[in-house]
Design a protein around this ligand. Structure first.
Ligand SMILES: Cc1cc2nc3c(=O)[nH]c(=O)nc-3n(C[C@H](O)[C@H](O)[C@H](O)COP(=O)(O)O)c2cc1C
Length: 243
């Protein structure tokens, strides 16, 4: 394994661990005297492996009517990371597979195109949620949370969800339909996230005010991929009023 592969694996692991735990793990995993690097062997970067998420807790959270009552925009985040369980539950609520026999999702899409992808921008990299595997696929070892929101926050949110429509999945629909339905379909995903946040006492804000060109370049998106909205989410800095 070469140096960049080692760094990428260490960076990815931080999604699951606190910074302190990661530092300890990296220290203990490192050999005391590393072997000398090979001199005449071409570098081979190991493909980044998807991270399996814990199965969603289907009996967790507040009743729907309570979540609807609590739903709100909250823009102040604490620096506490989301646990793997909470992150898995969040992504499943956003757009997870709720009918495995058909692969259909918690959020509807016009014509069942399933054109909306949810990317996760975190301190340790950019990831793509794979709903059918309920796993996070590493995309880039870069922190794109700043590019994913134009406005600044008192503390950076631990993650920013990025809703991207792949217009090439919308078959032969006219351009106006692709734009209309991909925006509509994103709204359902965002509302799922809002309701999950309300149910779990998390803070979230959906952001339309974003620089899509800069973000798309940073994410290395294909031309057919349109960024629709982003949505920072994390634990609230202070308890949400009324809770
Ligand atoms: C499509 C859309 C785009 C939004 N964009 C932003 C944004 O860029 N920045 C922001 O702080 N809030 C944004 N919001 C949040 C709204 O300001 C917020 O929903 C509104 O003030 C009502 O507050 P509530 O969500 O607590 O009901 C957006 C909301 C929607 C639906």
């Amino acid at each position: 394994m070469n140096q960049s592969s080692i760094l990428w694996r260490r960076a990815s692991a931080a999604l699951w661990l606190t910074a302190a735990a990661l530092a300890m793990a990296a220290d203990s995993a490192a050999p005391s005297t590393p072997p000398p690097p090979p001199t005449n062997v071409p570098a081979v970067v190991a493909p980044a492996t998807p991270r399996q998420l814990p199965p969603p807790r289907l009996d967790a959270g507040a009743p729907l009517m309570q979540a609807l009552k609590a739903r709100r925009t909250q823009r102040q985040f604490s620096q506490e990371p989301l646990s793997p369980q909470l992150l898995g539950d969040l992504l499943w609520a956003a757009i997870g597979v709720n009918r495995p026999d058909s692969g259909r999702r918690t959020a509807p899409t016009a014509c069942d195109w399933r054109e909306i992808d949810v990317y996760v921008a975190a301190a340790d990299g950019l990831f793509l949620y794979n709903p059918s595997k309920h796993a996070l696929v590493p995309v880039l070892p870069a922190d794109l949370r700043v590019q994913a929101t134009v406005q600044t926050f008192a503390h950076p949110p631990p993650i920013v969800l990025i809703f991207v429509a792949d217009l090439s999945r919308m078959k032969d629909a006219p351009e106006t339909d692709r734009v209309f339905y991909s925006a509509t379909d994103t709204g359902y995903v965002s509302q799922n996230v809002y309701l999950f946040a309300a149910s779990e006492h998390l803070a979230t804000v959906v952001c339309g005010m974003i620089d899509r060109e800069i973000l798309a370049t940073a994410m290395k998106l294909r031309p057919a991929q349109n960024i629709i909205l982003t949505q920072p989410i994390g634990h609230p800095l202070t308890p949400i009023p009324g809770e």
